[in-house]
Design a protein. Structure first.
Length: 62
């Protein structure tokens, strides 16, 4: 056998992260940010925002 016929197989290992955790992490982070921000808002501002959102979704609230 000559050296030209011998080939060595090389494998590459690619680092892979589990991306299914990212949406959950962003949802939790967003929820915590909303909770933190709502602590500084006045109650009337939160009520008006929720009221306007219900009207925007065509959901009767009266």
């Amino acid at each position: 056998m000559n050296a030209q016929n011998n080939t060595a197989a090389q494998t590459k290992t690619i680092a892979r992260t589990d991306l299914s955790v990212l949406p959950i992490a962003f949802a939790v982070l967003g929820g915590l940010m909303l909770l933190f921000a709502s602590g500084y808002a006045q109650a009337s501002v939160l009520h008006d925002a929720a009221h306007d959102q219900r009207h925007a979704m065509a959901f009767p609230c009266h």
